[in-house]
Write a protein that binds this ligand. Sequence first.
Ligand code: AIR
Length: 173
Amino acid sequence: MSKSTAGTATKKILVGILTGSPNDLPKVVKVRDTLDELGIPSEIVVASAHRTPDKVFAYLDRAHAEGVQVLIGCAGVAAHLAGVIAGHTRLPVIGLPLGNGPLSGWDSLLSTVQMPPGVPVATVAIDGARNAAIMAARILALKYPDIDEGLKALAERERERYDQTADEALSGL
Ligand code: AIR
């Protein structure tokens, strides 16, 4: 497990990020980087719904007990991790389908998003690591005003960067 307690005064982990393989980590670390940018403590756990289901359930029980509030399930190919998490907890679950494998993520997208009624997974785009983190932050912002402020500042920074890039592109024409 890898923890990041960036930012907040409490240092309590608020977001648990689970991913199905160590090979996913280069993509999944971008979720944590964005949460760090927002000062939201998170942890990454490698556990597979198929290969190590007991590890998934043991983590979820511990996360619950320790007050984790949002879970993000990341996986490629037959990506059932987020769905299995959602079946085991009532915490909000975000699904991040990863675009590796021979089908470039179509398989992960469909197996993450097509959940049966009653067990929702809020699924972001294939490899949408940044949006997975921002969605988690938006959920937490309902309860934590400092996270809401952080989101406002992030949106402002992104708007400025966008405008600046547009100006530079236009002046080069
Ligand atoms: N995976 C692991 N257990 C269940 C699934 N769906 C996914 C991983 C990874 C892909 O299978 O999330 O994206 C291939 O895993 P590996 O370890 O063979 O590279």
